[in-house]
Write a protein that binds this ligand. Structure first.
Ligand code: ZN
Length: 325
């Protein structure tokens, strides 16, 4: 009888530990602080540029997890459409890691700002990168005053101020040197356009949940040259007007903000924010996902838990039977 009690106690402890582990099961993707997100991007680019890419989060398991649980990217990146600038690849990231906007000349017009707001405000990415690149054809076309057709003139309109400023500040520059300087100024121009025209982005920057940084990717070396935040960020934000947070953000992101500011109101906002993608993800999980695939995505801890319950029940019944003999 004493032996049975010992076995029972051990099993109960196991059950308790397994139950706790199940309750504390971590989500597939966790939220980063702006600094942590920057570290991830920098480390990823270092791996890529030095030929040590690990190609994370690119397997079937990640695909299924991000379908079932929704996307929680840790960075929003706007980059040029140039085929030599593959955003997720050059940061050595995978499925669901980077919310990417690709547009020629990485310009920031209405549609691009809307897309950025989806990334930084709706999905709550802690970092927003405007990524220019060396040998950019769009910037070169403006520098060379090339003849443009179709809708391209309206597109490069956004690049013109950067090229004008470069010419004004550095009249000595010509050729490739002028293009290189204009690429950098074009990054600052895009950041300025974003901050000026997006109250939601300004609100995120002001409450410390978002960092907007510039960078230039070298298509030859594969290295990203980090430019940091806009040198006139405070002035631009002050001139732009009030910052308005239009979206309450994801629950995880709200938790981060709550931890940073200790506001009780955030809790309510997080509860109210039953985001569309969370709803969609649940629907997909229920309707589209075959049952065996849905199970394969769940923790093996469940299996251990049920196994222990069965063992416990068997031991209990055997002892009862012995007692009644
Ligand atoms: Zn380009």
């Amino acid at each position: 009888m004493k032996r049975f009690s010992t076995i029972l106690m051990i099993l109960c402890t196991f059950l308790l530990l397994t139950g706790s582990a199940l309750a504390a099961e971590v989500p597939t993707q966790r939220m980063f602080t702006p600094d942590e997100a920057m570290t991830q991007l920098k480390a990823g680019n270092d791996r890529f540029a030095t030929g040590h890419a690990i190609h994370p989060n690119q397997d079937r398991q990640r695909r299924l997890a991000t379908t079932a649980k929704g996307q929680h990217p840790f960075a929003t990146v706007i980059a040029c459409s140039d085929s030599r600038v593959p955003a997720a690849l050059l940061f050595d990231q995978g499925i669901g890691d980077i919310f990417t906007i690709k547009v020629a000349g990485n310009v920031m017009d209405v549609d691009e700002i809307g897309s950025v707001e989806y990334g930084v405000d709706h999905l709550g990415t802690p970092v927003m990168v405007v990524l220019g690149h060396t040998h950019c054809g769009a910037v070169t076309a403006v520098v060379q005053d090339a003849e443009l057709h179709g809708s391209i003139p309206q597109l490069v309109d956004n690049i013109l101020p950067a090229v004008k400023k470069t010419r004004h500040d550095h009249p000595e520059l010509t050729g490739d040197a002028l293009v290189t300087a204009a690429v950098t100024n074009n990054v600052w121009q895009s950041i300025s356009d974003l901050l000026m025209n997006s109250p939601a982005t300004r609100a995120r920057v002001m409450n410390g949940t978002l960092q907007v940084v510039g960078a230039v990717y070298d298509i030859d070396t594969g290295k990203v040259d980090w430019l940091g935040i806009h040198p006139r960020q405070a002035d631009i934000m002050a001139a732009a007007g009030p910052a308005v947070q239009t979206h309450a953000g994801t629950a995880a992101e709200q938790g981060m903000e709550k931890a940073a500011h200790g506001t009780a109101a955030v809790e309510k906002a997080a509860h109210d924010t039953d985001t569309m993608e969370e709803h969609d993800a649940l629907e997909i999980e229920k309707q589209a996902m075959p049952e065996h695939e849905a199970q394969s995505g769940s923790s093996p801890l469940w299996f251990i838990f049920f196994l222990l319950v069965i063992i416990l029940a068997a031991v209990f019944m055997k002892t009862r039977a012995k007692k009644s003999e």
